[in-house]
Design a binder for this molecule. Structure first.
Ligand code: PAF
Length: 319
């Protein structure tokens, strides 16, 4: 089975390191020739949660040189803002992949692919695993977790490919589950990201820091209540109390971790706010639901983003 991992960020490196020994034809697709050359020369250096280090040789290609290729399964592990470009590039393949997994934080990741992929190919992936990129080919697996994969549509076009993938990963001891209600899982993760990411980024504190302040906990509650109302309007029946408990639990379990949004802000990169709280605001407006707390957070994060390198493109949704 030919698998490609698109994206050389933390999760892309971690999954390439995992997939390579299981699927000898696995290949990592990266955005720059520099990263390709680095990994080609040295492989991927994986630091396991135990601290043990392993160098794994990996096949790697620069995305610009991938034309007329075909893959059975594609792990798309780029940020949401790059998905439209990825979707357009899929037309350079000689045939569409049989299974495409979207790993992004936030909502609406399937949108750009509707017109470029046949039905029954797109799946969402939700993970609670933690990874940190420490160099062009270096990744630290910061926390074990579980991954759920499931289809965006009712029926899979190639169930055999999905079964083979799941079987191999499970046999290798990777904690992975098939999930037929993947949109619900995505919403549950969005609740956690909405509550933790912008507050940690604004306050510049690790996740656990939110639990030490009544004000932060009050804001987390308000964020989740608004987001749950929007989810309910879309037919996803979640309970605000459960979702708040879940977000607090994540804060406890990942107390010393810096959220992905905090890391983006610290590195002067654009954040994913528009696809997390921003998407809640947009969907709320469509359903006639007010989301003032989420809206304020989106604006504050946009203001923080303005301090980044002015040569980069402006934040999506800003005027
Ligand atoms: O985006 C992140 O950093 C993570 O999804 C989470 C759950 C907030 C933990 O840091």
């Amino acid at each position: 089975m030919r698998i490609a991992v698109w994206g050389g960020g933390s999760l892309g490196l971690l999954w390439t390191a995992r997939l390579t020994p299981l699927f000898p034809e696995a290949v990592l697709l990266v955005r720059t020739e520099k990263q390709r050359d680095w990994i080609r020369e040295r492989g991927i250096l994986l630091t396991r949660p135990s601290g043990e280090k392993e160098r794994i040789p990996a096949a790697v290609r620069w995305i610009g040189e991938v034309v007329n290729e075909s893959f059975d399964c594609l792990f798309i592990m780029v940020k949401q803002r790059d998905l439209r470009e990825v979707a357009e590039s899929l037309t350079a393949f000689s045939r569409p992949p049989s299974l495409v997994l979207l790993w992004q934080n936030g909502l609406g990741q399937d949108g750009p692919f509707g017109s470029v992929l046949p039905p029954g190919v797109l799946c969402g992936a939700v993970t609670t695993e933690g990874a940190l990129r420490e160099g062009p080919g270096e990744v630290r697996h910061t926390g074990e977790g579980t991954t759920w994969i499931g289809p965006f549509s009712e029926e899979l076009a190639h169930p055999g490919i999905a079964a083979k993938l799941m079987g191999k990963l499970k046999d290798a001891g990777i904690s992975i589950e098939w999930e037929n209600r993947i949109v619900r899982r995505i919403w549950e993760k969005v609740m956690v990201n909405c509550a933790i990411n912008p507050l940690t980024a604004l306050l510049r504190i690790p996740n656990g820091g939110l639990l030490h302040s009544d004000d932060a906990r009050f804001l987390m509650k308000s964020i989740v209540e608004e987001a749950v109302s929007v989810a309910r309007a879309e037919g996803i029946a979640l309970e605000a109390e459960d979702m708040l408990k879940r977000a607090e639990e994540v804060c406890r379990k990942t107390a010393v971790n810096r959220s992905s949004m905090l890391q983006d802000v610290e590195r002067g990169r654009l954040t994913e706010i528009d696809w997390i709280n921003g998407e809640v605001v947009r969907r709320g407006a469509r359903a006639g639901i007010e989301t003032p707390v989420n809206q304020t957070l989106v604006r504050l994060i946009h203001l923080l983003e303005m301090r980044r390198d002015p040569d980069e493109c402006p934040p999506a949704g800003s005027s």
